[in-house]
Design a binder for this molecule. Structure first.
Ligand code: PRP
Ligand code: MG
Length: 175
């Protein structure tokens, strides 16, 4: 089963990036191409029946599987990046971190009005990052078709922050 394979491959790193946080390190997954293919197929499998025009992935770990997922779905991939990285005109959205704020952005011509956008990231924690990504989608007049994650940290209740945008929230491994 994909969930147990993911859980047995992900490496828990205690006290990273700071004391008391256990980091879910997905780099061991990347060393296993068969598992990577299985994960991409499983991500796509959960989306059957959804109307998806574009996959938007969030820098940086949303870039690991986002493009592969988009290719499997045969739709474009759009990078949502941390502020200051995209070369062309952008729209921006800030969100709160535990200390301070962060800003992500997307090219202003990355999405067309009314397009159905699947937002992909490696991991759902508090949901702050994907809420900001959802606001970027809305700023460009597109719609959130759903969310796809490899891992969801359900004890942080991030899902509740996403339902105002879409009820289609999928993850392969839950903690
Ligand atoms: C991590 C993770 C998600 C986000 C989840 O990214 O990859 O993008 O945090 O947290 P949230 O649900 O509480 O917003 P991070 O900002 O650490 O950057 P990275 O992907 O560049 O490593
Ligand atoms: Mg990230």
């Amino acid at each position: 089963m994909i969930e147990s394979k993911i859980k047995s491959t992900v490496r828990d790193v205690p006290d990273f990036p700071k004391q008391g946080i256990t980091f879910k390190d997905i780099t061991p997954i990347l060393k296993d191409p068969a598992l990577c293919q299985e994960i991409t197929a499983a991500l796509a499998g959960r989306l059957k029946g959804l109307d998806i025009d574009v996959v938007a992935g969030i820098e940086s770990r949303g870039f690991l599987f986002g493009p592969a997922l988009a290719q499997l779905l045969n739709v474009p991939f759009v990078p949502i990046r941390k502020a200051g990285k995209l070369p062309y005109k952008t729209v921006q959205q800030s969100y709160d971190l535990e200390y301070g704020t962060a800003t992500i952005e997307v090219h202003e011509d990355a999405l067309l009005k009314g397009q159905h956008v699947l937002i992909h990231d490696d991991l759902l924690a508090t949901g702050g990052t994907v809420v900001a990504a959802s606001e970027l989608v809305k700023q460009l007049g597109a719609e959130v078709a759903g969310y796809s994650f490899i891992i969801a940290l359900e004890f942080l209740n991030g899902k509740a922050r996403l339902t105002p945008y879409s009820d289609n929230i999928f993850s392969l491994a839950a903690y």
